[in-house]
Design a protein around this ligand. Structure first.
Ligand code: ATP
Ligand code: MG
Length: 367
């Protein structure tokens, strides 16, 4: 197994599109790193450069101690699992899994042992003689993963391997790949646009936007300490609410003021927020840090805001409230039995110890 490192890697396609812009990323031996970001941000291009399927315009890629820029894909000792599985339709499952080893002229007995071992791990032993068209989407996905496992590569690369599956199967396969990583103890780089997949699977997550890595961190750090507004909005569901307003001072205390909302900052925030006095900032609060005042035993009046609720969405284990201040709308995520009346005033409490502030111009995190 091996570590992978990217040093100032850039990819400019002949058409002039800069798909990847000077990214550096170190993946440790046995680590599971997820590249996540919206469509077109350069995730697949990054993975394909690591795999050797795409040339690097500038920068260096190392697998282990070896610089691989000029090493062809077949000699990089990586295995890649694609979104569309790319199985050979005329081959059986067994033959599909054996194919890569046959090409590399492994002895028959070794191929047989590895295919059966991988089939056992993935629970597809009973499918070995079927052809891909005789399999469900989830089963095909397992075969595609099996084909990667038999190679015992230094590094596994996954490019949105679950996106063709229905929601339930996706959750199941997500856990299986997670389990597989624990069992194989191998280095894995996994690309997805789904932040839930990223959060649940990654030891660390690299959030990308427009070809640039915005932040690399473990899931809870991304959630609690996003580096900028983009990361804050991308991680978490429903996403963080953003409200633009001013920092004002009254009787020596700092407040965030949006006309309809006025909440008091906690004192630990003063050193950083003093600089923004009388300036506009972006206030960020996650839906789970907002409470219905009726359900809060001691609600400080300076954290209370009056809003109307126009839609209530019961999710079973929780309820999403769509709220309006008259100027901004936002979402709260509250307890399952919390059903406020529609279109009437209600009071909310903000947990001010959990809120964030972002610079309005740079969108970088202030707090
Ligand atoms: N072969 C190519 N030639 C020219 N431009 C390309 C090529 N492949 C990708 N691009 C462009 O590079 C950018 C990044 O593409 P990439 O496929 O890496 O995105 P992605 O993050 O994987 O997106 P998705 O989530 O949609 O798969 C996009 O603007 C895309 O249009
Ligand atoms: Mg892609």
């Amino acid at each position: 197994m091996a570590q992978v490192s990217l040093k100032n890697v850039t990819k400019i396609f002949p058409s002039g599109i800069k798909a990847v812009d000077n990214i550096s990323l170190g993946v440790e031996n046995k680590e599971f790193v997820v590249l996540v970001g919206p469509s077109g941000c350069g995730k697949s291009t990054t993975l394909r450069m690591i795999a050797g399927l795409e040339e690097v315009t500038s920068g260096e890629i190392y697998i282990g101690d070896r610089k691989v820029n000029d090493i062809p894909a077949k000699d990089r000792d990586i295995a890649m699992v694609f979104q569309n599985y790319a199985l050979y339709p005329h081959f059986t499952v067994y033959e599909n899994m054996a194919f890569g080893l046959r090409l590399r002229r492994y002895p028959k007995s070794e191929i047989d042992r590895r295919v059966k071992e991988a089939a056992e791990i993935l629970g597809i032993k009973h499918l070995l003689l079927r052809r891909p068209r005789e399999l469900s989407g989830g089963e095909r996905q397992r075969v595609a993963v099996g084909r990667a496992i038999v190679r015992k590569p230094l590094v596994f690369l996954f490019d949105e391997p679950l996106s063709n599956l229905d929601a339930k199967m996706r959750v199941q396969m997500r856990t299986e790949i997670h389990r597989l990583h624990i069992r194989l103890q191998s280095t894995m780089i996994y690309v997805t646009h789904d932040q839930v997949e990223a959060m649940t699977m990654g030891d660390r997550i690299a959030v990308m936007k427009d070809g640039v890595i915005q932040q690399v961190a473990d899931p809870m750090t991304l959630y609690e300490k996003p580096k900028n507004k983009f990361v804050a909005s991308f991680i978490g569901s429903p996403p963080m609410n953003f409200i633009t307003g001013r920092i004002i001072k009254k009787d020596g205390k700092l407040y965030f003021d949006e006309e309809r909302i006025r909440v008091k900052l906690i004192e630990e925030m003063y050193p950083k927020m003093e600089a923004y006095l009388d300036k506009e900032v972006i206030f960020g609060i996650r839906p789970e840090d907002i409470y219905d005042k009726l359900f809060v035993s001691e609600a400080p009046p300076e954290n209370t805001v009056r809003v109307t609720c126009d839609v209530v969405e019961p999710m079973g284990s929780e309820v999403y409230l769509h709220l309006n201040t008259g100027k901004h709308s936002f979402i709260a995520r509250v307890g399952a039995y919390n059903r406020p009346p529609i279109n009437q005033d209600m009071d909310l409490v903000f947990d001010m110890s959990k809120v964030h502030f972002f610079d309005k111009d740079t969108e970088e995190t202030i707090i």
